[in-house]
Design a protein around this ligand. Structure first.
Ligand code: OAD
Length: 256
């Protein structure tokens, strides 16, 4: 099937769907210049494996190193702008309001592009919280309100003195239960799920397309590469989401 035919078939599926769920991963931000999680690390972080840094144990072992890695990633995200893939998903939600957007990404590029009610399974890198969640989960702290002594990193919680950390989910940590429940509800009640830019390797996020499939939904995977979810996909649109998604949105004009 040519990619044009596949795009038209996907547009028909979107237009006919009653409830759409979209699950995005790091691939959707790749064309905004944000490296995917499994991209080789670059520069001074090249020698580190992200999976060895994004854990509570790594932070307790070397809080300054983990804090600086996240400051590096925050700076990358701050410079990033939404790409046409993010904009296309925001337009999809606008034209098809019964579309729920679920992301594993910790950037806010979906919101910047105009998406609303985004479900963030893995938190938000722009937010900072007390490592001990001393005021309850999550004890968010605005870095602008504390004196950030660059010689004493990570900064300390103004309430209890514990280290501050990024408000993201680390390996081995539980996902925010309200976000996960909303994502499961959307996945088990949709009749179409778009799975965009995720390797489908990290659970429970990677289970959401399986729940959708088991609930009778059609899956459309948008990814240059195959993943463990590919065999369940009714359709695969092979290519970068920043190119594929705008074509999908354009094709909706011909079907609606
Ligand atoms: P990965 O880095 O695991 O996978 C990125 C996926 O995007 C791969 O399947 C690529 O083929 C695909 N990809 C690359 N460029 C793309 C493009 N331009 N358009 C579309 N797809 C593209 O990132 P995630 O699947 O998001 O968890 O990783 C899931 C989780 O693993 C992350 O949220 C993070 C990590 O551990 C936590 O931080 C808890």
């Amino acid at each position: 099937m040519t990619s044009k035919e596949a795009i038209q078939q996907a547009a028909t599926a979107v237009d006919r769907a009653q409830r759409i769920a979209v699950l995005t991963g790091a691939g959707v931000s790749k064309e905004s210049g944000v490296p995917t999680f499994r991209d080789a690390q670059t520069g001074l972080w090249a020698r580190f494996d992200p999976q060895q840094l994004a854990t509570p144990q790594a932070f307790q072992r070397n809080p300054k190193l983990v804090w600086e890695w996240y400051e590096f990633r925050r700076s990358t995200v701050r410079e990033a702008k939404p790409n046409p893939g993010h904009v296309a998903l925001a337009m999809l939600q606008k034209h098809y309001p019964r579309t729920t957007l679920i992301t594993q990404n910790v950037d806010d590029l979906h919101e910047q592009a105009g998406s609303r009610d985004v479900i963030h399974l893995h938190g938000s890198i722009a937010q900072t919280k007390c490592f001990g969640n001393c005021q309850g989960p999550s004890t968010l702290v605005d870095l602008a309100t504390i004196d950030n002594d660059l010689d004493d990193l990570p900064p300390r919680c103004p309430s209890c003195g514990a280290y501050l950390r990024p408000d993201v989910v680390w390996f081995g940590e539980v996902l925010p239960s309200d976000q996960l429940q909303r994502a499961i509800d959307a996945s088990t009640t949709c009749d179409l799920m778009l799975v965009v830019g995720t390797s489908g390797l990290v659970h429970p996020a990677a289970s959401l397309p399986i729940y959708a499939y088991q609930s009778g939904a059609a899956l459309i995977e948008i990814n240059p590469d195959r993943t463990p979810l590919s065999d369940m996909a009714t359709l695969r649109l092979e290519g970068p989401s920043g190119e594929v998604l705008p074509h999908l949105i354009e094709a909706l004009d011909d079907v609606s």
